[in-house]
Design a protein around this ligand. Sequence first.
Ligand code: GDP
Length: 330
Amino acid sequence: MKRALITGITGQDGRHMSEFLTGKGYQVFGLVRGQANPKAKLVLDENPALELVEGDLRDLSSLIAAVEQVQPDEVYNLGAMSFVALSFRQPELTADITGLGVLRMLEAIRIVGGTEHNPVRFYQASSSEMFGKVRETPQHEGTAFHPRSPYGVAKVFGHHMTINYRESYNLHASSGICFNHEGPRRGLEFVTRKITNGIARIKLGLQDSITLGNLDAARDWGFAGDFVEAMWSMLQQDEPDDFVIATGETHTVKELLDVAFQCAGYDDWERFVRQDPRFERPADVELLMGDASKANAKLGWKPKVAFDELVSMMYESDLIEETKKAELER
Ligand code: GDP
């Protein structure tokens, strides 16, 4: 039975990865910060086969202890401070968790596993935010980085560290440069979920508008459930490498609003949307669109869920969840 250690187990990707690997017959361990993590119960209810291990990406000795205890075949580093807007307000914390956290995890693997023929395989969750102010469209593995936020800068550090450990210590370390990936488990602070949840609440008469920032930003939005398959597949290759994971389609926030409001039967989204500079960023990424042809050729990966289906899946799930909550409160 293969053993996998996942950081960021309570996040969207960690939860998808935990289910996916358990389905593949892995014994799955998730790293959590301390005993009182309120989301620990949720992830255990979702996947009773999961085992939790204590550790923090800010603390090297806790990572060494976790790797020693789990003896993993594969480590998926999905943990990060992942919200771009917050990274501007807490840049140092972001650098520590999202950037240095990668280095600490790599060090823990190097120290526990030894440097010669280290059998532990490592996956780093790199990000399309590294492309930032994009140099070309679509973006591919060779596109130069120009990060536009403390989050993006921290991810560039983690990305290069992963390559550095591959080259220096012969570690099987791969990076997935993942474009935005969403789903019903996305945090409410991200624009997709903020919109689908807001519309569900409008539909139920629980709120009357949604307040947003930059509506012209364009993103390549895919389904998180598809993306974890690509991550796993990278670690099954003989050689470690870097791969762009994306749908190849881009949509603006306005297009997202259009599609999402239509799911609820409204064709006039402008009526429900307010704008507030509070939700704008000091610098934004205007357009992302990924070219995943390398992942397609080498991993045989392609996304299964289309943009409209993704938005509709998220809206339907929010409608069910908000209806349940409203009934409980009544
Ligand atoms: P990101 O691509 O990782 O930053 O994912 P987000 O979902 O947080 O943001 C995607 C885009 O939507 C960015 O360009 C934001 O500026 C834009 N956006 C516009 N209004 C909002 C909002 O109210 N919240 C968030 N999170 N993003 C917004």
